[in-house]
Design a protein around this ligand. Structure first.
Ligand code: NAP
Length: 520
């Protein structure tokens, strides 16, 4: 007999910590005005052995890109006990933070705030199983969801049962194609694990003798720019023999571009914008808006960081000018080089040889080869882990996803076609249009015609405004329990809910919407 939970959350990063916070708030409110509560027993399952927020990118002095007011609760409930202000107050730093005169916290402080909320959530009755990962989701015989989790340290698998599941997978490293087959090379890392690995890489390279090192950073986003500057500082005191260490940024574009966080543009991250985005029926319009606002977030660098990179490169020019004079002295600090319009063709990793990137200039078409002692891929994140999990699990079919699906396109539930079935459905379970899940009254019900989409690529899956996947209707076998499980997704709905979906800006409000839907 598996233990039954009302809610199991996959992952315990900021999105699910926010859900936990909204849930506890709801419990507290119900103490004052008791009402029948549907979510009592909640568990989150987290791969890491304790709460940590992007430890690989906790670079010294790195700052957040948003106001502290966009914490896990303020926009939903400014009097919540888990606001950033409550955190400051609890730590005796409220006045110091005010005196500091800046609404942007450091990443270190915000990570500490998130950890404080994570602990608060646990202290108020939410269970968290650290050091475990979910490896499968299946439909249980009683109509609930079997959640298979594996202990990272022992490999032991345990099955728990849930009524509701919320999947908050976060981002996984996105890598250039030529890097994927050799990503286990000890001198190739992704920015997400930079802080955990860079010390060891430099130590190992130094063991080979004192010499100038060359490190490549692929990418032109915020991670790449921060790592470029960090490597310059880090390599500064490392003895380099007769030459200078080098850090080279390999970027596909012509230049580093600033992120747009001007006030009118910023309104795209307002909760109201989520509603507007979701209600835009035309998916091409939604796609073109994603492109229009891409420069708020992706492949861009905060203007302050961008200025620091330019200042460092300019300072090199000053040094070079001084060194070129008679009796001039060469600077010794690491040299930064930006390689724009660089399209990576291949990566060669022969044993005992430096890493060799073959690069084509996308304007001149000239092909060159660059050697590196180590490479950091600051190439961003992909968010398709949830698709793989559902595809490999028995449960995927309940939502129109089978193991043959190549890709998934999330659609608002308002896009579910309502025309009558015009040709035979392709999935055995798709013939009727009666509601079969425990989805609340506001959940749209798919008609058979929806499954005309099932043969097309990418596979369409439908999601409600409150982030709940819409199940396909099914003919339940007689005597079998009706499927009641509900699956919520967090942070992967840019296509339906807009650009803020993978960001912190909407977490507080979104958590309230999801928890509200669970209780509805
Ligand atoms: P990103 O913004 O997605 O940038 C990825 C970069 O990698 C882009 O320049 C992209 O090039 C390049 N790239 C991707 N695939 C490539 C390939 N196959 N070959 C060559 N280049 C490739 O990722 P990020 O910089 O990690 O930022 C992700 C998010 O984290 C953003 O929201 C950012 O604001 C946030 N972040 C925040 C902080 C902070 O708060 N201090 C620090 C770091 C990151 P193209 O431009 O050509 O596509």
């Amino acid at each position: 007999m598996s233990e039954v939970y009302d809610l199991i959350g996959l992952g315990f990063g900021p999105a699910n910590v926010a859900i936990g916070g909204a849930l506890v708030e709801r419990w507290e409110a119900e103490k004052a005005a008791p009402q029948p509560s549907s979510i009592r027993k909640a568990l989150f399952i987290e791969k890491q052995d304790k709460f940590r927020w992007h430890p690989g990118m906790l670079l010294p002095d790195a700052r957040m890109q948003i106001s502290y007011l966009k914490d896990l609760a303020t926009l939903r409930n400014p009097s919540s006990p888990i606001t950033f202000l409550s955190y400051l107050h609890a730590h005796g730093r409220l006045l110091n933070f005010i005196n500091r005169g800046c609404i942007i916290p450091t990443r270190k402080e915000f990570a500490d705030y998130l950890g404080w909320v994570a602990q608060w959530v646990q202290d108020h009755g939410v269970e968290v199983k650290f050091g475990h990962e979910v490896v499968g989701l299946d439909e249980a015989a009683d109509g609930l969801i079997d959640v298979r989790m594996r202990a990272i340290s022992t490999g032991e698998t345990i099955v728990l049962k849930a009524k509701d599941v919320v999947i908050s997978p976060g981002g996984a490293p996105r890598l250039p194609d030529c890097v994927k087959p050799v990503f286990d090379h000890p001198s190739i890392i992704h920015s997400s694990t930079y802080m955990a690995n860079i010390d060891g890489i430099i130590r190992r390279l130094r063991e080979q003798g004192e010499r100038p090192l060359t490190i490549g950073v692929i990418g032109a986003g915020q991670s790449a720019a921060e790592i470029l500057l960090e490597l310059r500082n880090r390599l500064g005191p490392v003895p380099s023999g007769s030459g200078r260490h080098q850090v080279k940024m390999i970027l596909r574009k012509g230049a580093l571009r600033p992120s747009d966080d001007s006030p009118f543009t910023n309104e795209i991250f307002d909760p109201e914008a989520t509603a507007e985005w979701y209600e835009t029926a035309n998916s091409d319009v939604r796609k073109s808006r994603l492109l229009e606002y891409k420069s708020t977030n992706y492949s861009v660098v905060n203007p302050r960081t961008l200025d620091s990179v330019y200042d460092a490169v300019y300072d090199q020019k000053v040094d070079d000018g001084m060194a070129a004079r008679p009796n001039g002295v060469q600077a010794t600090c690491p040299r930064l080089t930006l390689l724009p319009y660089s399209h990576i063709l291949s990566l060669n990793t022969a044993p005992f040889a430096p890493l060799s990137l073959v690069i084509q200039h996308s304007i001149t078409r000239v092909v060159t080869e660059e050697s590196f002692d180590a490479i950091v891929c600051a190439t961003g994140y992909q968010r398709s882990g949830w698709v793989d999990l559902l595809k490999s699990s028995g449960l995927g079919q309940r939502f129109g996803l089978d193991s043959t699906a190549e890709a998934v396109q999330l659609m608002p539930s308002s896009s579910i076609p309502s025309s009558p079935l015009t040709s035979p459905p392709t999935l055995a379970t798709s013939a009727v249009s009666s509601p079969t899940s425990s989805a609340g009254p506001s959940t749209p019900v798919m008609t058979g015609s929806t499954f005309l989409d099932a043969d097309l690529q990418p596979r369409k899956m439908y999601i409600s405004r409150n982030y709940r996947l819409v199940p396909i209707p099914a003919n339940e076998e007689s005597g079998k329990n009706v499927f009641q499980g509900r699956i919520y997704l967090q942070g992967v709905e840019e296509a339906t809910h807009g650009l803020s979906d993978s960001l912190l800006s909407v977490l507080g409000v979104r958590a309230g919407e999801v928890v509200g839907d669970m209780f509805a």
